[in-house]
Design a protein around this ligand. Structure first.
Ligand SMILES: [Zn+2]
Ligand SMILES: [Zn+2]
Length: 325
């Protein structure tokens, strides 16, 4: 488990006459970190070959799943093993419908149980509701059953850019440049924030320079505790692949620095990058961050990594300084 440390509230957030208040913090667990396609090779084992799936857990709240890639199956299996699959409830923030973000959905065991419930928030495609769009790939002849035939109650929500509530969290959706309708999400709860931008391709816009970071992307990221960002290509690979809809590692760091985030998780690793290459990408990205002097913490996401954003203590003294995370 990785800890991002703790900080104090601003005193004006204090209410009531108890001696202190605790925020809840978040646990962020990576179940799938690979981009494009699931892959399996001993040389990829340390970072893992499952595609995009991250789970946010907030105490006393239902879990929030970020994308439904093949890593979702592992999360479902863990719920079965812990006896928490029956009657499972949660939400999904679905960035887009590319295979690497949806293929785990039919294999999430809690959804085959009566009494489970899930709300799925995904991009509004205009041409058809999200429920119909998902039904186009989950159903015969591609899969034996449709979402409506799952044991769980599945509710689909078409999302346009803007903010909405998911339980106690506030979710902000932003349309980002990629090959098709694609959202990025920011999740805020208490004083903790995570931004998830797994597929982000500056080269998809013919108008923008490749290193241009749009203001709305900076705004979404500003001050986040953790940014999970597309880092599929090295700078050497990027020119040939700039229209594929993904970022260079350098661009991911630039977004993080522009948004003054505390931590950056390099994500959506290329299937052609083995463990050794991702290690060197991580070191390279951390070096860029160090040379900036910002204190940004950079790491490459790997399957099974749990990042704990600590609960925070409200200090009654008039202190607004924040400790390093
Ligand atoms: Zn993807
Ligand atoms: Zn994609």
């Amino acid at each position: 488990m990785s800890h991002l440390g703790c900080r104090t509230f601003a005193p004006e957030t204090y209410a009531g006459n108890v001696p202190f208040l605790m925020s809840r913090g978040m646990n962020v667990t990576f179940y799938g970190v690979r981009g494009s396609t699931p892959c399996d090779d001993p040389a990829l084992a340390r970072y893992g070959g499952n595609t995009s799936c991250v789970v946010i857990e907030i105490p006393e709240a239902d879990p929030i799943i970020l994308d439904l890639g093949t890593g979702l199956r592992t999360y479902g299996d863990s719920l079965v093993a812990s006896g928490n699959a029956a009657g499972w409830r949660g939400s999904v923030l679905l960035t887009h419908l590319h295979w690497d973000h949806v293929q785990g959905f039919p294999f999430f065991k809690p959804l085959h149980q009566l009494g489970s419930e899930v709300d799925i928030y995904g991009p509004d495609h205009g041409e058809a509701p999200l429920s119909e769009m998902v039904g186009r790939f989950m159903g015969p002849p591609y899969f034996p059953i449709t979402p409506a035939e799952l044991g769980a109650s599945v509710r689909f929500h078409d999302v346009s850019p803007g903010s909405f509530r998911v339980g106690d969290a506030v979710v902000t959706a932003l349309a980002v440049r990629h090959t098709g309708p694609t959202l990025a999400f920011r999740v805020d709860c208490d004083d903790v924030s995570v931004v998830y931008m797994p597929d982000h391709g500056p080269g998809c816009s013919s108008l923008d320079d490749d290193d241009f970071v749009p203001q709305d992307v900076i705004d979404l990221c500003t001050g986040a505790d953790l940014l999970i960002h597309d880092a599929q290509h090295t700078l050497d690979e990027y020119p040939e692949k700039r229209h594929w809809g993904h970022s260079s590692v350098n661009y991911a760091v630039k977004v993080a620095l522009s948004g003054r985030v505390r931590s950056l998780a390099l994500f959506h690793h290329d299937p052609m990058h083995d463990d050794a290459e991702i290690d060197s990408i991580e070191q390279y990205a951390a070096g860029i961050a160090r040379s900036d002097g910002s204190g940004l913490k950079v790491f490459a996401a790997r399957e099974g990594l749990e990042v704990k954003i600590e609960p925070t203590l409200l200090d009654l003294t008039p202190q607004v300084e924040r400790a390093d995370r």
